[in-house]
Design a protein around this ligand. Sequence first.
Ligand code: COA
Ligand code: MG
Length: 294
Amino acid sequence: MRSLLFVPGDRPKKIEKAFQSGADLLLLDLEDSVAPSAKAEARAIVADFIKQASRQSNAPKLYVRINALDSGFADADLDHVIVSGPAGILLPKCTGGMDVQHLSAKLAVREAEADLSDGAIRIIGIATETAASLFQMGTYAGASHRLEALTWGAEDLSTDLGAETNRLETGDYTDPYRLARAMLLMAAANAQMPAIDTVFTAYRDEKALLKECEAARRDGFTGKMAIHPAQVPVINDVFTPSPETVSEAQAIVDAFTVHPEAGVVGINGQMIDRPHLRRAERILARAHLAQAKH
Ligand code: COA
Ligand code: MG
């Protein structure tokens, strides 16, 4: 899951385009990019699209971003889209493991009604959109077997904080958003699941996107959300482990395979121990998944 592309749920042409974009996953949006008056139409368009979309192996996974649990729209969103069998739900304004469990219960009921297998529909949470959510970051571990990744958002959080902006003139995030980003990394690692970086809204600025992707990869994110198809190749490229990274990881795995009893080995003058092995195994798993997309 390198690239997750948002597309407004009430725009069939854009949805078609997004499907061809090369993104690993589509986030068919019923929330912020859809006006309240267009919610019903968007639900119908999204459900129809999921029903007829091809399930070929390299097609993007189809997720639906529903409205927040307390928005008054979430139940109708689920009632309309679950029958079509989406791969998962992106939950905005997710305020801790309790919200994930709450959504999971709603999904279980609708899966049963739609004859889908129990637990088929996965969840990704946007876990930093309110100040309250930052105090719940330790609650995701073990919250639900459906939860497969966590991501963060800076736009709604700045609204909640009453901030004038969330970026400095240099383009870097101001402290509250750097905190949210760091906390999300901790929450995802604590829950042993991938951390996905937030959207970069200046969709014509490829250079700045590349810089943000590289910083995200450096810090442990394994993918990034996108808002425009042009962002997808940049994101896929940065989050596909490079051949050098893969061969370094393979060398570490091989060294421990040859010496299964070793706690630590030396490779090219570097001390390599068990945490390095775990990291190498994860890189190989990600490279394997990226390979499968080609
Ligand atoms: N998914 C699919 N197609 C998209 C797209 C997206 N997210 N964003 C743009 N496109 C399409 C456009 O429809 C256009 O198609 P066309 O050439 O067939 O007309 C083409 O890509 C080029 O688009 P462009 O003219 O560069 O941008 P735009 O002005 O049409 O759209 C946005 C700009 C921001 C409105 C658009 O990118 C968008 O809707 N993004 C997603 C917003 C969203 O979902 N937000 C919620 C999460 S934060
Ligand atoms: Mg939002």
